[in-house]
Design a protein around this ligand. Sequence first.
Ligand code: ZN
Length: 180
Amino acid sequence: MGASIRTIATPEDLTAEIRYRPSIAAQRLVRARDMTCRFLGCDHPAEYADLDHTVPYGRPGGLTHPGNIATLCRKHHLLKTFWVGEGGWSELQLDDGTIVWTSPSGLKHRAPPGSRIYFPNWDPTTPLPDTPTPVTEPTPGRDLRMPTRRRTRAQQRAATIAAERRRNHEDRLAQCTAPF
Ligand SMILES: [Zn+2]
């Protein structure tokens, strides 16, 4: 059996979508263009990375379109989601897919998508279409949340000890009632 071949949409075929989740065609284009997580120096494969709106969906310019979407691994997606704004990182996506990251100290770093380096003959330039940002209601639970413990470490330890005591107690009871 040969490998299955998937075609990738040309950037001009893709318009801004009036929804948060990009179409399969847009996802394929972004993953093929990016190749890896787009944070500086990260080589996490794009195939298994999150798709992040560079400008948050629904804000001015926050379109669901490859020109505003890039792959980030879960770790760097969390970093971006929780460490942006004043004193944090910020990013800007250029038409050719390059992301310009600004570090908390104000240094700018250019991160071209992997395909620019490995497939220089393919031009996945995806300028944002001149479409007004759709006005949408925020969908509850759609944003990435910082993972939290359901129990504190102390609660977890207490629960483990209680479960162990319960098992011991049940074992003793079973021994007492076992027929001789
Ligand atoms: Zn990463």
